[in-house]
Design a protein around this ligand. Structure first.
Ligand SMILES: N[C@@H](CCC(=O)N[C@@H](CS)C(=O)NCC(=O)O)C(=O)O
Length: 281
């Protein structure tokens, strides 16, 4: 499986690259960004995966969040994949911003036609991590995951289900209970079918209730002026589950911040430091 370099640019001492590769999981070409800190020129470094939200490609966080400065200082490799397969052209794939293209929800779809290529769970957990481990100087056992909104849901569910692989989890304004909000209900009905039993496997709040754990404290930042807070995000549901089931969580409600990359950029430094500490850099 080979990586094609689309661009490489020096940034804050390290190198920001954009790559494409042919994916077996999603049956199409996938684009991703990989930031290598200067330290990676001479030694292996820990790696963190950032999963983006609805409508995003790898590019939003790569150009808007300013993570490169902090990642270089912390000596962390940062990998940012796309949010769905592209160009499969299923009916309805491009009709709405919260389903289909740009809205893969980091799951393996079971419903036709999506089940053929909407396999973002397998893509991130297995194929992408193998690709990165084989092509970049990473310390494989020092690996973390974070994300925003739909990508926060991805980071929480993937991290909780694979704690031996992803040892550190954080999120910005995550969808914490997709079975209980319109974005999740629409996506899960379409990709997983109407039977809500199948949804539990991809719902962070349910996963905590069913015994899944991260070895480390989980960090969540959430803006109080986020338009999606009460209808879609509902961080209190995850907080209650963590309290009841003994999962350490730091939920920080950030006064006046919205759902945008201005918010993410404001707290990116804290999230990079959090992962650096958890991964014992
Ligand atoms: N387009 C949607 C919102 C989509 C949205 O807010 N997407 C977030 C992730 S859930 C995002 O990161 N957008 C891209 C950006 O801000 O660069 C709407 O207008 O209601």
């Amino acid at each position: 499986m080979s990586l094609i370099v689309k661009s490489k640019q020096k940034s804050f001492g390290g190198t920001q690259g954009v790559y494409t590769h042919q994916s077996a999981s999603t049956q199409c070409e996938m684009e991703l960004s990989v930031y290598l800190p200067e330290k990676a020129d001479t030694e292996k470094c820990p790696v963190i995966y950032y999963l983006s939200g609805l409508t995003c490609t790898q590019e939003n966080v790569t150009v808007k969040s300013g993570f490169q400065k902090y990642a270089n200082e912390a000596g962390l490799i940062v990998v940012c994949p796309d949010t769905s397969p592209r160009g499969t052209d299923y009916p309805g794939e491009n009709d709405s911003y919260d389903f289909g293209s740009g809205a893969g929800f980091y799951l393996n779809a079971t419903q036709a036609p999506w089940s053929t290529s909407y396999r973002m769970y397998d893509y991130v957990v297995n194929e992408l991590t193998d690709l990165i481990n084989n092509n970049f100087p990473v310390i494989q056992e020092k690996c973390g995951i974070f994300g925003h909104s739909m990508g926060g849901h991805g980071a929480l569910t993937i991290g909780l289900k694979n704690p031996e692989k992803f040892k550190s989890i954080s999120a910005f304004s995550p969808i914490v209970a997709p079975s209980q909000c319109p974005w999740g209900e629409k996506a899960f009905s379409g990709y997983l079918g109407k039977d809500k039993e199948a949804w539990k496997n991809y719902d962070a709040t349910q996963l905590i209730q069913n015994g899944h754990r991260s070895a480390n404290n989980i960090l969540i930042d959430q803006g109080t002026a986020d338009d999606f807070l009460t209808e879609q995000l509902k961080p209190e549901l995850f907080q209650q589950a963590c309290e009841q089931h003994g999962q350490p969580l730091t939920l920080r409600m950030q006064p006046g911040y919205d759902h945008s990359y201005y918010f993410i950029a404001s707290f990116m430094k804290d999230h990079i430091s959090f992962h650096q500490k958890n991964l014992h850099q």
